[in-house]
Write a protein that binds this ligand. Structure first.
Ligand code: SF4
Length: 352
């Protein structure tokens, strides 16, 4: 458990992100935590890199809408201070702390508070000896490093552990997690590290994380994008929804890519419908289809749909045609029906 959020076992896969504010800026950090939670983050990580950050965590944690994980690197005192501040989890590698007495002190304080620790091995900061032995940050080296870090925590008396073996190379990341999943039952935190800016960062993250989730590997995920972290939270949540691992929140737009057969401006209509339905906050599947080839089939299966013909289209609501609307009225007709469905009203009622 990370606070009130279960991770691992049969628990739903969760979304994590990390703040980019200075932690000592309590109000700025909390504003970002709220934005991340609103965008789909179940858990938020915050760096605890100095004593001012640890003091700020004591103010942030009780006001946060989601469990907070403190990110620690070298100083065990900051780990102890973060625990004192009430964080729900720690991310630290005991190998960075080195002193066995310090590792035991952190493990004991975490265990006493029932706070889990994530061992987070990263290809970019792998131990020099392992790099030399394996000739680089190969999947086997990441797994060996992670299991070594896990053993240090176990020897210090901690059993609430999560593990990650992040790599910026997607095939290496996938292989590392597959190897790790064979060797441990601890919950796994998935991520392609340093995935970079949009859209390439999204593609790398989805390629790695989705591959593993579809194999049943992974309990919690983070997209590491060079972007506003709200994009990370949105993308993580969306990925879990499209994989059927979390309930859909918001609009799922099924729209054809358009082609030379299209008889309306599918791209413009789909963009406007998606933007305006998102603003309405409704949770529906909506189809916007450009012609009769696949249009009626997709529109019938969605909650709402338009199957276009020449300059007009059939409006489907919950599987049946309710009327024919001209192209220029398609967006408004879909919005009216979406509002009606969201309010629990009858499909296609007069005045729609
Ligand atoms: Fe083209 Fe029609 Fe298919 Fe859309 S539904 S891509 S317009 S053939």
């Amino acid at each position: 458990m990370l606070g009130g959020v279960a991770v691992g076992g049969d628990a739903p896969v969760t979304v994590q992100s990390m703040t980019t504010t200075r932690t000592a800026d309590v109000e700025g950090t909390l504003a970002q935590v709220y934005a991340l939670a609103g965008a789909g983050a179940d858990i938020v990580r915050i760096t605890c890199n100095d004593p001012a950050a640890a003091r700020a965590l004591a103010e942030i944690v009780p006001r946060s809408p989601v469990p907070i994980v403190a990110d620690i690197h070298f100083q065990h005192r900051l780990a102890l201070a973060a625990l004192e501040a009430g964080v729900a989890g720690l991310r630290l590698n005991p190998g960075n702390i080195r002193n066995p007495g310090h590792i035991r002190a952190v493990a004991a304080a975490a265990a006493g508070r029932r706070v889990p620790i994530r061992v987070g091995v990263n290809a970019g900061s792998l131990d020099k000896d392992l790099l030399e032995r394996y000739g680089g940050p190969v999947p086997e080296a990441l797994v060996e490093s992670a299991l070594h870090e896990v053993r240090l925590l176990e020897e210090a008396g901690l059993s609430a552990i999560k593990v990650s073996v992040k790599h910026s190379d997607v095939p290496a990341m996938v292989e590392a997690y597959r190897l790790l999943a064979e060797r441990t039952d601890y919950p796994l935190h998935l991520g392609v590290t340093e995935a970079g800016p949009l859209p390439a960062g999204l593609i790398k993250s989805v390629a790695g994380i989705a591959t593993l989730l579809l194999e049943g590997i992974g309990d919690t995920i983070r997209f590491s994008l060079t972007a506003d972290p709200v994009e990370e939270a949105k993308a993580g949540r969306r990925l879990l929804e499209v994989l059927g691992l979390r309930e859909r929140r918001g609009v799922d737009l099924v729209a054809c890519p358009s082609c030379g057969r299209a008889e309306v401006d599918v791209i413009a209509i789909a963009d406007e419908v998606e933007r305006r339905l998102a603003a309405e906050g409704v949770s529906l599947q909506v189809a916007v289809m450009g012609c009769v080839v696949n249009g009626p089939g997709e529109a019938r299966q969605a909650d709402l749909g338009i199957a276009a013909g020449r300059g007009k289209g059939h409006l489907f609501v919950q599987g049946r045609v309710v009327r024919v609307v001209p192209e220029e009225e398609m967006v408004e007709a879909l919005l009216a029906e979406a509002r009606r469905l969201a309010a629990g009203g009858a499909a296609g009622a007069p005045g729609a």
